[in-house]
Design a binder for this molecule. Structure first.
Ligand SMILES: O=C(O)CCC(=O)C(=O)O
Length: 250
């Protein structure tokens, strides 16, 4: 599906934009599903919902993030299997692909920024072979908090996320500003249905939402079937999406 130029671009720059990617009907059904979750019409555990700092009450306007929706709703596993996404991932990653997980970033009007980080150091897998497909559910620009990437930064390996970052009552960690090559940073603007793919070691962030529009994006994290969980908890059961399973990495 991807051209040799696109594959080259991804390996050199650490990201690739596919815009358009999903069609209007697919975007419409994503919007509908999110609305059902936000309204409580689809039952998901309360602890997967994260709210904007200071917000109270479960509604779309207060939600900052929905963590791992695919663990609770097969709709999001089917999303990960969409050929427009999975074929591109296979071209970039190889035949054997598992679903690591997903995150729905809601970024409502007034929503806060997400500071510089890499995906792989957050998620304990070895080898660190992960690609994220970030699908825009709304039109995304600099005003409503698009992502920014540092092209080529995936080649510098895993950077220490040594600076604390407080999100409401939660403590998170980020890459210190001094470690970022700000001159090289570029915004990723997309139309609804567009997709950006990023390497698990690419340095990226997203801005605050200064508009009166939502900036929703569904990040689906793909890993190779040869990668395994190295965290302290038991290895989660991953969905095999393409190719074959490896016995000790199920
Ligand atoms: O959508 C965002 O605000 C952040 C996205 C992100 O960090 C990711 O997809 O890895």
């Amino acid at each position: 599906m991807l051209s040799p130029e696109q594959i080259d671009f991804f390996h050199t720059e650490g990201y690739l934009i596919l815009d358009p990617c999903l069609d209007d009907a697919q975007v419409g059904s994503l919007k509908g599903r999110i609305r059902q979750i936000a309204d409580g019409d689809i039952d998901v555990p309360g602890n997967i919902l994260e709210f904007e700092p200071g917000a109270s009450g479960r509604c779309m306007e207060n939600l900052r993030k929905i963590n791992q929706p695919s663990e609770h709703d097969e709709f999001f596993v089917d999303h990960a299997r969409k050929p427009q996404l999975l074929d591109a991932i296979v071209d970039l990653m190889g035949e054997d692909v598992k679903l690591f997980g997903d995150q729905l970033f809601m970024k409502p009007p007034g929503g806060i920024e997400k500071t510089y980080h890499q995906d792989c150091p957050y998620f304990s897998i070895e080898p660190m072979a992960m690609i994220t497909a970030w699908v825009a559910i709304d039109d995304v620009d600099e005003e409503n908090g698009c992502m920014y990437v540092v092209p080529g930064s995936h080649k510098n390996g895993a950077i220490d996320h040594s600076e604390p970052w407080i999100v409401g009552e939660r403590r998170d960690m980020r890459i210190p500003d001094a470690a970022i090559d700000w001159q090289r940073e570029r915004p990723i603007t997309l139309r609804a249905g567009g997709c950006s793919l990023h390497h698990g070691l690419l340095q990226h962030r997203s801005g605050a939402n200064h508009s009166d529009r939502f900036r929703r994006g569904l990040a689906t994290h793909y890993m190779t079937s040869q990668s395994r969980w190295t965290g302290e908890t038991d290895q989660p059961a991953y969905h095999l999406l393409h190719g074959r399973q490896y016995e000790d990495c199920v």
